[in-house]
Structure formats: structure tokens, C-alpha cells
Design a protein around this ligand. Structure first.
Ligand SMILES: NC(=O)c1ccc[n+]([C@@H]2O[C@H](COP(=O)([O-])OP(=O)(O)OC[C@H]3O[C@@H](n4cnc5c(N)ncnc54)[C@H](OP(=O)(O)O)[C@@H]3O)[C@@H](O)[C@H]2O)c1
Length: 334
């Protein structure tokens, strides 16, 4: 039987052991749609699965990780898909409880599969992936909530991260004056190139600890959580809006109600997990192929060979990754 390459996490003695292996189709989890994987990506969630942080990956049997993939359908029992279709799969249980993107082939439920919209290549789809979808949902929700460029500065925390950098570029493309908040002092040039017109260091944001600090932003997107959520809320203008997507520093909050009670700000939750309806998912992918397609996607995404996957994971924990890491899994299809 034909074998192919996969990167799987085994849980041995309570600890994750990751290795490249040769699998056959019979080894993969069941699903209606078989996809030849072209590209995957690395997100913080993948790094957590590989290193056993947070226990987000199944432990009862090995799992091909990789929460994102793009590729070509090679067979489908689901009538919505045909051989040759270019598709992307992100989130749901992919790469944590269903064999995911780090293998030459994937077999997944048809309900998880998004046909790639015109205007996006398989590579670009993974330059976006979960991170792009998160950024796009934040832009979409803030715009629907009435936020407009002429209202003032829009802050993005964790700005050099996968989600943050795509958000900076998407908001800039929509005409917003974007303030990128980042701890990476050497990345000012990158942040300006992708659309930031103002750079704030983490200290710039964190120094003023007053429950209501001088208003700075008309709206903001928080990818970091914790004290960053608190400081962004405290620096919103009256009726400002805060889209909350991430928790890079953790899930706990310590804040005051004053921004809500005295400045009437709104907080919008951002979640692209399986709760995001497929119709919404497709609509956001269509936007990412058109009016939200980042002008600097090539600078934000960086390809790595499949073989370098494991050694790249740790960079997510020492916060040295900039932008989105695309993994060249199988075919080098564009
Ligand atoms: N809501 C959703 O549906 C959804 C979907 C995907 C991801 N997420 C979450 O969104 C967040 C960002 O994801 P990502 O893929 O962009 O991760 P990432 O590439 O690792 O980027 C996170 C960024 O946050 C900043 N950061 C990290 N650790 C920090 C610390 N200790 N203190 C202050 N800033 C810190 C860094 O930006 P700077 O160095 O530029 O400051 C880092 O680049 C994660 O929490 C992830 O779980 C949520």
C-alpha cells in the first residue's frame, strides 16, 4: 500500500513525542473528503499541541497535527466536492482531535471544507488560514458595529504575530490609521511596511495604569489579553469598540468597569472555531480574496520546508516569530 509522510504527536507517559512517520490512508481518521495537502501553517495552537502545553491535542492515540491546510481534493463521498477542487480547512477539530494538515494527505468531514475562492492560491490560503480568518472577522465585526476610519486611530496589540500582522494590513487596506502595539523594537520597519502609521511599544501602552486613561483609540483589536485588554479598554474614546481575539499572555482579566460605565465602550468577541457558521466562514474567505486580501501577504507569510516544522515550533514560545509561517507539506502547487 502507498505510504506518505506525516508529522504526528504521540502521548507517551503523559508527554508529547512528535515524529515524522510514513503512514497509509488506513492510518488517517475517517472523513468524506480526501485532500492532497499542499500547504499547512504553524499557529500557537500547533506549538502547544507539539510541546504538550495546555493539553489541546488528543492523548488516547496519535494525531497528525496542523490546524490549517490547503490542498486539492482527490476523492469525495460528499457531492459538494469533486476531484481537482482547490480547498482549505481550518479549525473545527482539525489537528487536535482529527488528523490535520501536517501530512501529504488529509481525510476530513465535508462540512469542514471551504472551496477556495477565486483570487487566492493554495499558498496564499495558508498565508491567511486561521490567523487571516481571525483578523478578517475582527475587521468585519468592527465595521458592522459602525467603526469608520475618520473616527480616529485603531490599535492592534501583538502586532507582529500571525493574527496581528494580518490585522494591521487588513485594517490599513480598509483605510484605517493603524497603531501597531508590539514588543519587538526591531520590527518597526516591517510594521510600517505592512500598513502601520504609528508604532507603540508595550511600555507605551502599559505605563499609564489609570482605570480611565486619556483616550487614544477609536477602536482596537486585542490579540494578547490580560493587562493589554485592560489598557486598550481604558484608552478607548467614548463609544469606542474593542475586538477581543487572543490571550497570548493568558485568559485572566483584571480590569475596571469604568470604560463601560463612563465611556460606553463595546467589547466584541472574536471566535473562528467551529462555532463560526460555514456561511460566515465562506463569506469571510471571499472577503479575504477581495477587499480584505492583504497587500503585503508575501512579506507577512514565510514558507518553511516540511522538514523544518519541529525546530520552528519553539520560536512561538520565545516570541521570535514574525508574521505567519507557511509549511510546504506536499505539492508545491501555487
Ligand atoms: N479568537 C480566535 O478565534 C482565535 C483564532 C486564532 C488565534 N487566536 C489567539 O490569538 C492570539 C494570537 O495568535 P497568533 O497566531 O497571532 O500568535 P503569535 O503569532 O504567537 O503572536 C502573538 C503575538 O502576541 C505578542 N505576545 C506574545 N507573548 C506576549 C507577552 N508575553 N506579552 C506581550 N505580548 C506578547 C507578540 O507580538 P509582539 O511581539 O508584536 O508584541 C506575538 O507575536 C493567541 O492568543 C491565539 O490563541 C484566537
Amino acid at each position: 500500500m502507498k505510504t506518505f509522510k506525516a508529522y504526528r504527536v504521540h502521548t507517551i507517559g503523559g508527554k508529547p513525542v512528535c515524529k515524522f512517520e510514513q503512514l497509509t490512508m488506513d492510518d488517517l481518521d475517517k472523513g468524506d473528503v480526501v485532500i492532497e495537502t499542499a500547504y499547512s501553517a504553524i499557529t500557537y495552537k500547533d506549538a502547544m499541541a507539539a510541546r504538550g502545553v495546555g493539553k489541546n491535542v488528543r492523548t488516547d492515540r496519535p494525531c497528525v497535527t496542523g490546524v490549517d491546510l490547503s490542498g486539492t481534493v482527490i476523492s469525495s463521498a460528499d457531492p459538494r466536492f469533486r476531484e481537482g477542487d482547490k480547498v482549505a480547512v481550518t479549525n473545527y477539530k482539525l489537528g487536535v482531535n482529527q488528523d490535520g494538515g501536517y501530512a501529504d494527505y488529509a481525510r476530513v468531514p465535508g462540512d469542514w471544507v471551504v472551496p477556495l475562492p477565486n483570487g487566492l492560491s493554495l499558498y496564499e490560503a495558508m498565508g491567511l488560514g486561521t490567523s487571516g480568518l481571525t483578523a478578517a472577522l475582527a475587521v468585519d465585526r468592527l465595521e458592522k458595529a459602525g467603526v469608520k476610519p475618520e473616527q480616529g486611530l485603531l490599535g492592534v496589540s501583538g502586532a507582529t504575530g500571525g493574527v496581528g500582522s494580518l490585522a494591521v494590513n487588513m485594517f490599513a487596506k480598509r483605510g484605517f490609521e493603524v497603531a501597531a502595539i508590539s514588543g519587538k523594537k526591531d520590527q518597526e520597519g516591517f510594521l510600517r511596511k505592512i500598513g502601520a502609521s504609528k508604532i507603540l511599544s508595550r511600555e507605551d501602552l502599559l505605563t499609564d495604569k489609570a482605570p480611565l486613561a486619556p483616550p487614544l483609540f477609536a477602536a482596537a483589536m486585542d490579540n494578547v489579553g490580560g493587562v493589554y485588554f485592560d489598557r486598550l479598554a481604558a484608552r478607548l474614546q467614548p463609544y469606542g469598540k474593542l475586538a477581543v481575539a487572543g490571550m497570548a499572555v493568558g485568559a485572566e482579566l483584571s480590569t475596571s468597569v469604568l470604560p463601560w460605565v463612563l465611556r460606553a465602550v463595546d467589547v466584541l468577541g472574536i471566535n473562528v472555531s467551529r462555532q463560526l457558521h460555514m456561511d460566515e466562514r465562506k463569506r469571510l474567505w471571499a472577503r479575504m480574496a477581495t477587499d480584505l486580501k492583504p497587500d503585503h501577504l508575501a512579506e507577512i507569510s514565510r514558507p518553511i520546508p516540511f522538514e523544518k516544522l519541529d525546530e520552528t515550533m519553539d520560536r512561538f514560545f520565545n516570541v521570535t516569530v514574525v508574521g505567519r509561517v507557511v509549511v510546504e507539506v506536499g505539492s508545491k502547487a501555487p
